[in-house]
Design a protein around this ligand. Structure first.
Ligand code: 26Q
Length: 821
């Protein structure tokens, strides 16, 4: 450490005020009187950052070129959410900041609302990565996250006539106080061109002459541990044109055209792809993947390990954790580095490579498995394609050796698919090129072994393991539910936010009427916060004195928002016809939040249907006494933080065997919502932990669903046999929700009647029955809050700290490294 220590601003209101005014004056270049809200927010962000800066430097210094084992998390997505509050709670500054701002006549609430969240992810997978790096920092683990600095994150959703319209998310427009660019640490990334074989001293070598290249510029983000003085790094890469482009500018004559050509390179990190289940095989997407992975491997090996490191020892130092198949091109890239650039023998390089990588799978849907056409891979990454072919040849030789010449099996297991076109199966490459493969919930890991990667699990049973997902209690309880947090601390003391199993100590309090009353007060206050947010943000009016029934997640047929719609429509019908009495029925507000991939037609139709049903329900003077629907546009992490703590009922209703894990389900349970859910993903574990009496289970099990599919599923049979279901579908088909136009929702109805891939109709009655049990349970508010408290007390397992412990024990074998001083 050669830099003289610069004192961190004092941890007092005066210290905070001083630093704040300094930032406002010298960085923002303005005065309190003149400053815009953006100015004031930016100065506040920089103030919080200043408190963390020396801790960040200390952490980085300790990690840099030190011989300790660490982990590098490779993810194409990080759905971080707002940074300000997290920085403040991590450094114990919330109260100080509040007071300091108040003394300047400013409101923390107003300024925090000015932050645009970095939406650099689609949903579950990206948010999981954000939770994991939070836990790693809080647990003092030497870790770095690598990813992509998209200029445009997940699109902003608006509704026009109830239909989704996408708008660009230009999140960097208002300034980016949380990132620090390190242009001097740029990495050049090559694409295209051709390869040549040469023989040097009898040794065959391959050289790759690329056709073009771009620069990867790193931007560092702080990942503060919770109250532990540690700040890890998230390093996101941004694409820039190389100086070769600049040179051409001078030689070319056509200056303007040459400058325009630069934008070609810079397109690589322009936008996050909004598809999250049916990858489109787009060239730019493969460019993004290779771009960030190649930059990250180079950065780790050349900068963090440094000169003179013996790469044969690489597996002793690092595990590269592959978040789904998106970064799997790292496997041939490391082979290229070791063999072509560092001169290691193929076999030795392969052993190192396999030991360095581990792969997490996040899906069970066959259409979600990434494959890249060989034609594309060969054109963009010719050397990597050769390496993949050789990996495949040697792997298939091993298969033949083990099983004999079973050509069916060989074709099944080949990394290269032959139909419908020659393509690289990325999940297979990941299975062959890593030492561990994990699913994200018990059921998912089991189905992975039995249904998706069966042949690989048979060949290498010891490679397969499970790590059930988790969520960070710092953001999803401490920060988002201050009321519940205070109640918990009052009851069991602090420390629970980093040791979430301690919530068990709340169990006896479930039987304490006074505690339950306080719990209900907190829930009610959270509902009022939500009422305010929806009024302010969306102009939506909701009644806090109703059951809050929430389904928030990406829109997918397998997640079955349609099932929830059918429940709403059936209830509407019953209230309208008088079968249900609006005065005595349990009053519900059903809240949806969901974005559809822009090209996913059926998903967008379902969004329109939800909005149209909602409009009809809310406009009906009789029905709306007992049932209302709210669908705020642009559901994101920030909305989740207010919505989840207010919820009474959590909808987790995917067809069994389709949702890998789910993580929203965990956030709701931790905030004291009860779940109505299928036996799917992590719901299984939630139910086991909270107990059957405090969870509303319904629906087919995975084996039952599979058996029906195999025997030939006929959805229309359910329509024919079930009058209530028939009424609901007929009502939708009749034009009731589309101004009498029968054609609008016809595609949805006929899809359900004649295809229904995700068995909505098969689970309809069971779901309706479960909802009746929900109503009955809700009528007894005291019993309901007892269940809610037990949900909180028994959900400590779902902390992402526990997930990290499992990764550490089962996969990474990395030790914590406390920061001294
Ligand atoms: C791939 C190639 C091209 C374009 C896009 C993609 C792509 C992007 C995102 C494919 C998939 C995703 C995201 C998947 C995802 O979020 N999966 C969810 O992961 C969660 C965390 O493990 C689980 O809880 C959910 O069950 C799972 O659906």
């Amino acid at each position: 450490e050669t830099t003289p220590p610069i004192a961190t601003p004092e941890h007092t209101v005066e210290g905070f005020v001083r630093q704040y005014l300094r930032e406002l004056t010298y960085t923002q270049g303005t005065t309190l009187e003149r400053a815009s809200v953006d100015d004031k927010y930016l100065a506040l962000a920089r103030t919080a950052r200043a408190y963390l800066m020396s801790r960040w430097n200390r952490t980085v210094t300790q990690q840099y070129r030190q011989p300790v084992r660490g982990v590098a998390y490779l993810s194409a997505e990080y759905l971080l959410g707002r940074q300000l509050d997290n920085a403040l709670i991590a450094s114990g500054l919330e109260d100080i900041a509040q007071e300091a701002l108040a003394s300047l006549g400013l409101s923390l609430d107003e300024l925090r609302a000015a932050e645009v969240e970095p939406g650099l992810g689609n949903g579950g997978l990206g948010r999981l990565a954000a939770c994991f790096i939070d836990s790693l920092a809080t647990m003092n683990i030497p870790a770095i996250g690598y990813g992509i600095r998209y200029e445009y994150g997940i699109f902003r959703q608006t509704f026009v006539d109830g239909r989704q319209v996408e708008e660009p998310d230009s999140w960097l427009d208002h300034g980016s106080p949380w990132e620090i660019a390190r242009p001097e640490q740029e990495v050049e990334i090559a694409f295209g061109g051709h390869t040549e074989k040469t023989t040097v001293n009898g040794v065959e070598r391959t050289t790759w002459t690329p056709g073009w290249s771009v620069l990867a510029i790193p931007y560092n983000y702080m990942v503060p541990g919770y109250l532990n003085g540690r700040v890890n790094t998230l390093r996101l890469w941004s694409a820039r044109a190389t100086r070769a482009f600049d040179l051409k500018i001078f030689n070319y004559g056509d200056y303007a055209a040459a400058v325009r050509a630069q934008t070609f390179a810079e397109n690589i990190t322009k936008v996050l792809y909004p598809e999250d289940s049916t990858p489109q095989g787009k060239e730019l997407r493969l460019q993004q993947q290779y771009f960030f992975v190649a930059a990250s491997l180079h950065d780790y090996i050349e900068r963090l390990l440094g000169e003179g490191f013996d790469l044969r020892r690489l597996p002793e130092r690092i595990t590269f954790q592959l978040n789904d198949t998106h970064p799997v091109i790292a496997i041939p890239e490391l082979m290229r580095i070791l063999v072509d650039l560092k001169g290691l023998a193929w076999d030795e390089a392969w052993e190192i490579t396999r030991k360095c990588f581990a792969y997490t799978c996040h899906t069970l849907l066959p259409e979600a498995l990434e494959v890249w056409p060989v034609e594309l891979m060969s054109r963009l990454l010719p050397r990597h394609m050769e390496i993949i072919y050789r990996i495949n040849d040697e792997f298939l030789a091993q298969v033949r050796e083990r099983y004999g010449d079973d050509e069916m099996l060989v074709r099944r297991m080949s990394i290269i698919a032959e139909h419908p076109e020659r393509a690289v199966r990325m999940a297979f490459l990941a299975s062959v090129g890593t030492s561990k493969i994990n699913g994200v919930a018990e059921l998912h890991s089991q189905l992975l072994r039995e249904k998706v990667l069966t042949d690989f699990a048979d060949l290498w049973p010891e490679k397969f393991t499970n790590v059930t997902n988790g969520v960070t209690p710092r953001r999803f309880v401490r920060l988002s539910n201050p009321g519940l947090s205070a109640l918990i601390t009052e009851a069991i003391g602090d420390g629970w936010a980093t040791d979430l199993e301690r919530l068990r100590e709340l169990e006896p309090l479930a039987d304490d009427a006074a505690f339950r009353a306080k719990f209900r007060e907190v829930k009610q206050a959270n509902k009022h916060r939500l009422v305010d947010l929806l009024a302010r943000r969306d102009g939506i009016v909701i009644d806090p004195d109703t059951m809050l029934d929430v389904m928030v997640k990406r829109l997918h047929e397998y997640k079955r928002q349609m099932l929830k719609v059918l429940h709403v429509v059936s209830t509407y019908d019953k209230l309208r016809t008088g079968e249900l009495d609006p005065a005595s029925a349990v009053h519900r507000t059903v809240v949806f939040g969901a974005k559809a991939a822009p090209g996913y037609k059926m998903a967008k139709e379902i969004i329109a249907l939800i909005n149209h049903v909602g409009a009809r329900v809310n406009a009906d003077p009789v029905v709306s006494q007992a049932l209302r629907v709210a669908f705020p546009a642009n559901y994101n992490v920030t909305v989740a933080e207010t919505l989840i703590p207010a919820a009474d009922l959590s909808e987790q209703i995917s067809l069994a065997g389709k949702e890998a894990s789910g993580t929203g389900n965990m956030k709701f349970a931790l905030n004291g919502a009860l779940t109505v859910g299928t036996d799917d993903g992590a719901n299984v574990e939630i139910r086991q932990l909270v107990g059957d009496d405090h969870f509303f289970l319904f629906g087919l099990t995975e084996p039952e669903a599979s058996a029906i599919q195999e025997a030939g599923y006929r959805p229309s049979a359910h329509y024919e046999q079930n009058p209530s279901l028939r009424h609901a579908l007929d009502l939708i088909a009749s034009g009731e929700f589309s101004g009498g136009d029968r054609s609008v929702f016809e595609p949805i109805v006929s899809n359900l009647l004649y295809e229904d891939r995700f068995m909505v109709l098969a689970d309809y009655q069971s779901y309706m029955d479960a909802q009746e049990r929900v109503d009955a349970a809700y009528r007894d508010q005291d019993a309901w809050s007892r269940s809610a408290v037990l949900n909180v007390a028994r959900s400590g397992f779902f902390s992402s700290d526990r997930s990290m412990r499992d990764y550490l024990d089962r996969i990474w074998h990395v030790d914590p490294m406390p920061i001294e001083g």
